[in-house]
Write a protein that binds this ligand. Sequence first.
Ligand SMILES: Cc1ncc(COP(=O)(O)O)c(C=O)c1O
Length: 291
Amino acid sequence: MPARVNLDGRISCPDQARIPVLDHGFLYGDSIYESFRTYRGGPILFERNFARLRRAAGDVGLALPWTEDALRQEVLRTLDDAANADESLVRIIVTRGVGELAPDPDTCAHPTTVIIVLPLQALPERLYREGVAIVFSELKRDAHIASIKTGNLIHQVLGARQARRAGAVEAIFLTPDGFVSDGTRSNIYFVLDGRVVTPSTDVGIVAGITRSLVMEVAADAGVPIREARFTPDEVRNAAEAFITSTTRGILPVTRIDGSPVGTGTVGPVTFRLMDAFRSAVDTLARTEPKA
Ligand SMILES: Cc1ncc(COP(=O)(O)O)c(C=O)c1O
């Protein structure tokens, strides 16, 4: 049974896991979450996911009922039960819990924790050789709210629809004052005048765990990534672009808003970072303790 749900400690198949309709996570998206994929069957850099979860809990005023170690053990227990032959996608959700029919968190007694383990659906390798299309979204997100990883994801839902309609894999949001932020579920990077740039965290982005690792790997590879604020117009002439997320790693972007990026093929800087990133996660997967 490769798909498993751990609901407050009880592990079952997804269709047996039930959330009460008065849970504010269901009613209002009042929840925080983390997503990551496994490598060699286990998490890597779990402490970074936990730190981001704890930050989100602080930002929304939710008392996180977990220590890092206890939550890691619960994730490992769920992964064990799923016993996936290949890699898994793991989502941890902590909802505000059951309360009154009003968006008032003080009416909720205690949080609900859900850990979902599914088989990882990897993208076709071809897309890593040929690149993908993305679009800029006309949706604007509030910078502060955008940086909190909550279950309130209506912008992501609308952005994903927009991308799908345009035949793209990702939509990139702008801030209300027109700066590039991040995508529905990824961070973005451009190669401009031979240097790699990415929106800085103060623009209002989810600070990706993949982003943090890619920045470290890039610095080690002698290709430091500069954090900056820039508009879509300032990156129209980028030679290369790529996006990152836990499920996709580094995914090259070769078309933006229907126009080719640079030559329209995956460029040398992106390939170099993809190689360095793959070997870094491989080393982490071999060397990080799994318990
Ligand atoms: C809005 C947003 N930006 C960026 C990311 C990338 O984060 P990570 O590298 O931790 O997957 C995500 C991941 O879900 C996201 O939802």
